[in-house]
Design a protein. Structure first.
Lengths: 338, 388
């Protein structure tokens, strides 16, 4: 066992995939000699040559569209979008071609590829560098959307994404890149479609993914002081989504808070909350609550802490889970009724 | 013999100051010719032979004529099928037969074509079953043919997005040691889209064997070329990316095939992409649902009728004594049989299984899709029971 950062684990996953499968090509902006602005592709060009890992013109639609063609020719492209918001020019390629090609052609063509997206904030980035864009992809049938929160998952999920027959949008939480953990590579964790209980608890379930997982875990620790024993479930793969693990947890605890860093309205957390209440209505002692970013464009660095879901906000939400079996006063006030 | 001082100077170059060698023009060989390449006059007579674009073999031209005749008949039949409610919509390429067929004839069977929605004629000319080509427009699925087997991408509705796919595919093929060429059909309007520029640029940077074939039919639905570009020609767009380009009379079948043949050879030789602009005209509205009289004069359309590529090629081939009345009649009959067969097969309503909606979203359906499929299955079963 050795301590390794998520960035290094992702780098190792790319290198091992390139070693195991010569069809794997890694490309994007600054991924060659520089090794990527976050150094995720560090050393790959030196090791595998500039035909396997290479820089492209600075054009994201071009990068993804080029990957579509490469996949059609039988190769396995892994592309890097430099930052979340820089991937938007590629959205038409992703939504109209990457996601649909298998379906349009009744399976005659498939485009197995990985689109790596460093995403979300908490790193003091200036504007257009901190978006949580996962909902756009998760809302697009045909894409798989994966986001690791641990070092082991970063390695294992990326290896699985590269091997997957379907296109995968691989969302990498930037603020976790340089968090380290004990690991021994190569490692394989639970497959796509499986959520994982990161912390067992009896009183309520916190459901989180990506950058919100450490926040949820910290909140669960802090909640012990307040007498709550909280379970934390890490979603890991937004698509395919694991209803079973999450519903089983909420049925056990009877209470649920969904935590996400993205703005809340029409987000992945809203989908999770809806799915939980559909499946767990009779087990619930309180409405499913959400803690998310504010419904604002991602703020400037000096204000991002106001935007980001915090341990306190999570604990406030937990406190509102009707422990005294009384209606949540917030909604009574809002409607002005009752 | 007396020698003038001027002649003496000319005769003794040593006395000249050494000339600075002229820097080679970096755009040399990239720019299209000033006038579109033309090998046949509009009246079907042959222009003087030229070294840069030799005339294709006459057998190829005769085959081109045959496919153009069948293609035009197919196109008319497809338009008729919209009136009978058999097709949701049909974008005609009548008038563009030289381009539709020329693009396909310039390729080998194992080359790839990246067509748009207006290339139905090109795809049938490539030998794809017309019913499979029209699946998209009949509405029973999105792409009716097998693109991998036919080496033909699904007809692209989003404009210019296929320009980048072709660059990736062609590069991927050459990376794997195959000499496949990809030919992209694209229209004048789509050269304004970003993906056109990104595709041509990627192909150039990676030296991908792609031929970008712009059919400039002068209108993007209703918007004329003057609203698309201030460039001297669309072929000039290649030079900015270091891509050699040419313009051709798109209603001159002989020139279209000659120029595309050279472009394909250039790409196959590993010299990178080539851009061809064909000047042509869409004789019909954008689709059967469009009213072209709102944006162009009947006079303009009539003027283009005089430049009909089919008449032009027929006249030429008759003049060469490789086509006579009997052959013309025989080909026309082939075209009629083709249309009759299509009409008959399109008369039967296809059966589409609603449960197939879930089959190809992913390689394996997700748990959620399995659930939804079960729901639809139950709905169908209940409906069937009600009907029984």
């Amino acid at each position: 066992m050795a301590t390794m950062t998520m960035a290094k684990a992702l780098n190792a996953a790319l290198a091992d995939a390139m070693l195991d499968d010569e069809r794997v090509l890694v490309f994007g902006e600054d991924v060659g000699q520089l090794g990527g602005v976050f150094r995720i592709t560090d050393g790959l060009q030196a090791r595998f040559g500039d035909k396997r890992c290479f820089d492209t013109p600075l054009a994201e639609a071009g990068i993804v569209g080029f990957a579509v063609g490469l996949a059609m020719s039988g190769l396995r492209p892994v592309v890097e979008m430099q930052f979340d918001a820089f991937a938007y020019p590629a959205f038409e390629q992703i939504a109209s071609h990457v996601a649909k090609l298998r379906n349009r052609t009744r399976g005659a063509l498939s485009v197995p590829m990985v689109i790596r997206v460093p995403y979300a904030g908490g790193i003091g980035g200036v504007e257009h560098h901190c978006d949580s864009s996962e909902a756009y992809y998760a809302h697009t049938p045909g894409l798989k959307v994966v986001t690791p929160a641990t070092v082991d998952d970063a390695y294992s999920l990326l290896r699985e994404a590269i091997d997957d027959p379907d296109p995968v949008v691989f969302m990498e939480p930037k603020k976790l890149y340089f968090a380290g953990a004990e690991t021994e590579l190569p490692t394989r964790t639970e497959p796509f479609g499986r959520a994982v209980v990161r912390r067992a608890g009896r009183d309520a379930t916190l459901v989180a993914y990506g950058p919100a997982v450490p926040v949820a875990l910290e909140a669960a620790e802090a909640a012990r002081d307040e007498g709550w024993d909280l379970e934390v479930v890490d979603v890991r793969t937004i698509v395919p989504f694991d209803d079973a693990t999450i519903a089983a947890s909420v049925r056990r605890t009877g209470r649920c808070v969904v935590v996400q860093e993205a703005q809340g309205f029409a987000g992945v957390g809203a989908e999770i909350a809806a799915r939980v209440q559909e499946r767990c209505f009779h087990a619930l002692h309180a409405p499913v609550l959400r803690v998310s970013g504010l419904d604002i464009p991602y703020p400037a660095p000096m204000l991002e802490h106001t935007h980001l879901p915090s341990v306190d906000r999570v604990l406030d939400a937990v406190a509102r889970l009707q422990w005294d079996d009384q209606p949540d006063r917030r909604w009574l006030t809002e409607s002005g009724a009752a | 013999m007396t020698t003038t001082p001027q002649a003496a100077r000319r005769a003794s170059p040593r006395k000249r100051r050494p000339a600075t060698p002229a820097a080679p023009d970096p755009a040399a060989g990239l720019l299209p010719q000033t006038e579109p390449v033309r090998l046949l006059n509009p009246d079907g007579t042959l222009l003087p032979a030229r070294a840069d674009y030799p005339e294709p073999p006459v057998e190829a031209l005769r085959e081109m004529y045959r496919r153009m005749v069948v293609g035009r008949r197919f196109d008319a039949q497809a338009t008729a099928l919209t009136k009978q409610g058999r097709l949701a919509v049909y974008p005609s390429s009548r008038g563009q037969e030289a381009c539709q067929v020329g693009g396909v004839l310039a390729l080998r069977d194992d080359d790839w074509v990246f067509p748009t929605y207006r290339e139905s004629m090109a795809l049938t000319a490539r030998g794809i079953d017309p019913v499979e080509v029209l699946t998209l427009l009949r509405g029973d699925w999105h792409c009716g043919y097998d693109p991998a087997q036919r080496r033909t991408a699904p007809q692209c509705t989003p404009l210019a997005t296929q320009c980048v796919h072709a660059a990736g595919l062609a590069y991927g093929e050459s990376y794997q040691g195959r000499d496949t060429v990809a030919l992209v059909y694209i229209g004048d309007g789509a050269t304004s889209e970003g993906d056109f520029h990104e595709g041509v640029n990627f192909a150039a940077v990676f030296k991908a064997p792609v031929v970008y074939f712009v059919q400039n039919n002068r209108y993007a639905i209703s918007v004329p070329l003057s609203r698309q570009t201030a460039a001297p020609t669309l072929a000039h767009k290649g030079v900015g990316y270091g891509v050699p380009s040419e313009q051709v009379d798109g209603n001159d079948p002989v020139a279209v095939l000659a120029v595309l043949t050279r472009a394909v050879a250039h790409a196959r030789a590993g010299k990178g992409p080539f851009l061809v602009e064909a000047h042509t005209y869409r004789m019909e509205p954008h689709t059967n649902a469009d009213d072209a009289s709102r944006y162009r004069d009947a006079d303009e359309v009539e003027a283009w009728r005089d430049r009909d590529p089919l008449v032009r090629l027929e006249t030429y081939l008759r003049g060469r004594d490789v086509l006579d009345d009997a052959a013309v009649a025989e080909i026309a009959e082939q075209a009629e049989r083709y249309a009759a067969d299509l009409r008959e097969r399109m008369n039967t309503q296809p059966t589409v299984d609603p449960l197939s909606l879930f089959d190809h979203v992913y390689a394996e359906p997700t748990a959620q899709l399995v659930e939804q499929r079960e729901q639809v299955r139950a709905e169908l079963a209940a409906a069937a029971e009600e009907d029984a």
